[in-house]
Design a protein around this ligand. Structure first.
Ligand SMILES: *Cc1c(COP(=O)(O)O)cnc(C)c1O
Length: 430
């Protein structure tokens, strides 16, 4: 039977090439055939969901070393029900009453430098369960005494976030964080959405760890919660009958997440990394032929086995802005989406983890199409070479002055978020 539904044509016409990484807003992952087939098996039968989640628990325990686990709708919902579990424990009435809070309010501690937005704000998860976020230390410096003093009788949990978005230096190390929390009987919940190591946090005595099923695991949209049996039971209760009911996950995604874990267990990870690196090197050698780009290899900041390319525009060759180049790549056909988190720091990245066969070639040719435009934007006359790369220039009196178009803290974003939201998303026009 080859009767395609209209949506299948739509997909074919609108697919993107993603060199940005596993982004929820781009559909997260390429789901491999063997996972898709496992999901297909679940679609035309009935399954006891509790039994299926018990099977998930067994698989999660085996892979992570945790006592138990369950599948949630995504990491974000997993964080919510993990926090909810640490508030209600085995008290069903308390679970059903959330997020209504009795005063004084429950508190969740987290490092100030961890309270980031990964797309959604971390502290919102805490508010959603009726608790109050208590930030520890300053953005770039945290001392153990600050955590010790922040923990009170009202502290119900501590949240630890692993992400390239968090501050990467000057904070407490994980073991110290866990040891202070545990000596005060506070459970530690870890947001490890994008982390490849499924065992390290449990080994280091985290109480609950949440991974995304649809990032590096390549599963369908889902979250993997692993941890202490009592907390997992309570989190699952929240998902089934409590605050997490509106975030529940269905059979197709539970089966898909289990399949993704089982595939991960059997996979040749080194071979995959090698393939991804070869694709990256192919793109790098293609881009090296393009005048005006500065290209560097960049290791993943949280320790995942990913090498990315860090790309900036050589101001000696072109005065094009990075956003213009990003826009050119995005507007073409097919659309190429780069990793643009750090564009206000003067670079973007290329991530090789989500490419289909042949995509690397398309990425290079799309860059080549942008080359003419790149070279047309002639460079701003630069001064003596012996001053080296810098954001500053010198005025007529010879005094240093900042070029506001280039310096990160002056960087004007293309569009204010507020502006963008008025008409969001722009494609919603009928
Ligand atoms: C992606 C991400 C999330 C959200 O993950 P979902 O599974 O899409 O909900 C949360 N935290 C961090 C650090 C992330 O990178």
């Amino acid at each position: 039977m080859n009767n395609k539904l209209p949506i299948q044509n739509w997909i074919n016409q609108n697919k993107l090439i993603n060199v940005s990484g596993t982004m929820t807003s781009l559909g997260a992952s390429l789901v491999p055939k063997e996972i898709a087939l496992a999901i297909e098996d679940s679609l035309d039968v009935f399954i006891d969901i509790n039994a299926l989640q018990a099977e998930a628990s067994r698989v999660i325990a085996e892979l992570t070393g945790a006592e138990a686990g369950c599948i949630s709708a995504c990491t974000a919902s997993g964080i919510c029900i993990g926090l909810a579990a640490s508030i209600s424990g085995a008290d069903f009435l308390a679970a059903e009453s959330m997020p209504t809070v009795k005063s004084p309010m429950n508190e969740v501690v987290l490092l100030k430098g961890h309270n980031v937005s990964y797309g959604g704000r971390v502290d919102q998860h805490i508010h959603m369960v009726g608790a109050k976020p208590v930030e520890i230390g300053s953005v770039n410096l945290v001392e153990p005494y600050q955590l010790r003093n922040a923990i009170t009788n009202y502290t119900v949990a501590a949240l630890w976030v692993v992400s390239h978005h968090t501050v990467q230096s000057g904070l407490l190390d994980f073991d110290t964080f866990v040891s202070i929390c545990h000596s005060n009987d506070v459970p530690v919940i870890v947001d490890a959405a994008s982390e490849y190591d499924l065992r390290i946090f449990i080994e280091r005595e985290a109480d609950v760890v949440i991974y995304s099923g649809h990032k590096f695991l390549s599963g369908p949209t889902s979250g993997i919660i692993a941890g202490k049996l009592s907390l997992i039971r309570s989190a699952y209760y929240h998902q089934t009958c409590g605050i997490g009911r509106s975030m529940k996950v269905g059979k197709e995604c539970i089966v898909g997440a289990i399949a993704a874990l089982q595939r991960w267990q059997m996979m040749d990870h080194k071979k995959l990394h090698k393939l991804e690196y070869q694709r990256l090197k192919y793109i790098q050698s293609g881009l090296n032929e393009i005048k005006g780009l500065l290209i560097q290899e960049n290791p993943d900041p949280t320790g995942n086995p990913i090498t990315r390319l860090k790309i900036s525009i050589d101001p000696k060759i072109s005065s094009m802005s990075l956003e213009k180049l990003i826009e050119l790549l995005k507007k073409g056909n097919p659309s190429v989406i780069v990793r643009d988190h750090f564009v206000d720091n003067g670079f973007f990245e290329i991530d090789p983890c989500n490419l289909n066969e042949g995509d690397a070639e398309i990425v290079v040719s799309r860059f080549k199409e942008a080359q003419d435009a790149l070279l047309k934007d002639t460079p701003v006359q630069s001064e003596e070479d012996e001053l080296g790369p810098r954001y500053s220039c010198y005025n007529q009196d010879g005094l240093p002055s900042v070029d506001p178009k280039t310096v990160p803290w002056m960087f004007k974003r293309n569009k204010d978020r507020e502006d963008a939201l008025k008409n969001w998303p722009a494609s919603f026009q009928h």
